[in-house]
Ligand binder design. Structure first.
Ligand SMILES: C=C(O[C@@H]1C=C(C(=O)O)C=C[C@H]1O)C(=O)O
Length: 409
């Protein structure tokens, strides 16, 4: 590492890093308590107000909060004002693309378990499809639900975070993140670490943007097969429907707060190192940029979260079905991770393509949007492909390939 690299202990760090912007913070000056994303609708301004009170023990604390919203809207948010912020130069030095070839941590031996197994996941998808076909009143008809599964990877040594962060930088299209998670006393520190391709909400002054993704296909090494698969995704009524539900939900929530809102009628393509997605960049201009209670990036992220890209439509039907069909609690997976300053500017990313790392274990998560036309085996394959970003960073692909030949991964 060059001499310009700062001293940075990822254990106490928070990271959001992409090609445009790098935010790396260290330590906690003050926790900002908020019981739920629901409560943020009324409490965002008072949470942000807390930032302007000095913290005598942490004179370098920047005037911003960082943290995460969990998947469940009724669960406690994890927000804090950091003790200090690295300069852009220090942050770049830490996660510069030059480190993209960082070798994986050496000497790790892994045990892997799919929770649920691929077969059990496909069965859950089949049950969701049944629900999507059951008649009910038009307002409460379930149109989409996102179902996730996880891979539990246990290693013979504690998992180091910095090489993982540096390897996640391989994919410059995504935002690398590290979110320290709340843990019970006497438990090792836990972090959510990943590379999100999906912008939930960014705000700068009056300007806001959201870039939802929904509709996915694995990237194929053969160029002509790859192009044919992308074309099939773009031509698929099912993928377009899955996507439109997300764009409509976001546009409906943002429109009343905006003087202008630009919502493209057709999605574009968004590529990560391992996946193709349908994506729509929505841009708007706020009516009242100073109303921090409703229009800070924190309040707006809490308003949109969770979108039908990660939960479903309508949300009130999707949440209980997810509880019934997913055996592992999501925690902060499919939550939001981001920052907000005292003026309300900031950016929040959808917490996907990630793993929850604690001590010797990494729990990888991946989900897929299910609609009435979904085919269970295809959705299982899609979640398998979405694991690839984290599998690569952990250097777990050889272990997975060996296991896949004879187990139900
Ligand atoms: C839920 C995930 O991804 C979400 C679901 C997508 C889909 O169903 O096509 C696409 C992008 C994400 O919004 C995930 O990566 O785990």
């Amino acid at each position: 590492m060059p001499s310009t690299a700062p001293s940075f202990a990822p254990r106490d760090g928070f990271v959001l890093h992409n090609a445009q912007h790098s935010l790396i913070t260290h330590g906690v000056a003050r926790r900002l308590f908020c019981d739920s994303a629901d409560a943020l609708a009324t409490q965002a301004a008072s949470v942000l107000h807390g930032l302007s009170q000095p913290v005598p023990e942490h004179p370098q604390a920047p005037g911003l909060l960082v943290g995460g919203l969990p998947f469940r809207r009724d669960a406690a948010c994890h927000l804090f004002q950091p003790a200090r912020q690295l300069t852009q130069a220090q942050a770049q030095a830490l996660l510069t693309p030059g480190y993209a070839n960082t070798p994986a941590q050496e000497g790790l031996q892994w045990q892997l378990q799919a929770q649920p197994s691929r077969t059990a996941y496909a069965q859950a998808v089949a049950r969701a499809v049944q629900q999507l076909h059951s008649p009910s009143s038009p307002d409460t008809t379930l149109q989409k639900v996102v179902l996730a599964r996880s891979l539990l990877a246990e290693s013979n040594q504690p998992i180091a975070l910095l090489p993982l962060l540096q390897r996640l930088r391989h994919d410059a299209s995504s935002t690398t993140y590290l979110l320290p998670l709340p843990v019970d006393a006497n438990h090792p520190p836990a972090h959510l670490i990943g590379a999100s391709p999906e912008l939930l909400l960014a705000r700068h002054g009056r300007q806001i943007a959201s870039h939802p993704l929904a509709g996915s296909v694995r990237r194929h090494p053969d160029a002509s097969t790859d192009a044919a698969q992308v074309q099939a995704m773009q031509d698929s009524a099912k993928e377009q429907h899955e996507h439109r539900l997300v764009v409509e939900a976001i546009a409906d929530l943002l429109a009343p707060l905006c003087r202008h809102l630009h919502v493209p009628t057709q999605p574009g393509l968004h590529a990560t190192a391992s996946m193709w997605h349908l994506g729509t960049r929505i841009e708007g201009e706020l009516r009242e940029p100073d109303a921090l209670d409703r229009s800070s990036s924190l309040a707006l992220a809490a308003l949109l979260h969770p979108t039908p890209a990660v939960c479903g439509t309508p949300r009130d039907r999707a949440y209980p079905l997810i509880d019934t069909l997913e055996p592992v609690a999501r925690g902060f997976f499919t939550g939001a991770v981001g920052w907000c300053d005292s003026q309300g500017n900031g950016a929040w990313y959808v917490a996907i393509r990630c793993a929850q790392v604690q001590g010797h274990t990494a729990r990888l998560f991946a989900g897929a949007g299910i609609v009435a036309d979904s085919i269970p085996a295809q959705e299982a394959a899609e979640t398998r492909a979405k694991f690839n970003a984290m599998l690569h960073s952990l250097d777990l692909q050889p272990t997975v390939a060996a296991l896949e030949r004879d187990t139900d991964l």
